[in-house]
Design a protein around this ligand. Structure first.
Ligand code: SF4
Length: 137
């Protein structure tokens, strides 16, 4: 997802708008797809980086581009300064998922079929099994 700045430039995200970081096209000219693809591929390259052995590398992928840019002036550098936080956060999410799938598996069946209904509606429903099943193919 790209973010548009006040001059119509396409930035990696809203945090890059107004920065000195290069843009990846314009609203009028479109996305510079090859340039953007090269950035993403280079950033994903784990050669000689600590990420190559990290257990959450396929989720974190080196962290936030702008965090790297702001902290190291280099959007290519992994965000090593909060790796422990990221691992704790992923562990927490996986733990919650495990508890939900073991204790309330219907939660995932219902939320995947909700369509336009809100998540709150599902959470406030005391007995999800009593709701009519929607088949979402
Ligand atoms: S947590 Fe750190 S080492 Fe692991 S993928 Fe993210 S930036 Fe790389």
């Amino acid at each position: 997802m790209l973010a548009v700045d006040h001059e119509g430039g396409l930035n990696l995200c809203h945090r890059f708008t107004g920065s000195d970081m290069e843009t990846y096209g314009t609203v009028d000219g479109g996305i510079e797809k090859q340039k953007l693809a090269r950035f993403i591929e280079d950033r994903a390259d784990r050669t000689d980086k600590g990420c190559s052995t990290c257990r959450i590398r396929n989720i974190c992928a080196g962290g936030c581009y702008h965090e790297s840019y702001a902290h190291f002036s280099d959007p290519m550098k992994p965000t090593y300064h909060y790796c422990d936080l990221m691992r704790d956060w992923v562990d927490f999410g996986i733990g919650v998922y495990g508890e939900l799938i073991a204790g309330a598996p219907a939660f995932f069946r219902i939320t995947s079929c909700l369509g336009g209904h809100s998540a709150n509606e599902t959470l406030e429903t005391p007995e999800p099994e009593s709701r009519p099943r929607r088949h979402c193919g």
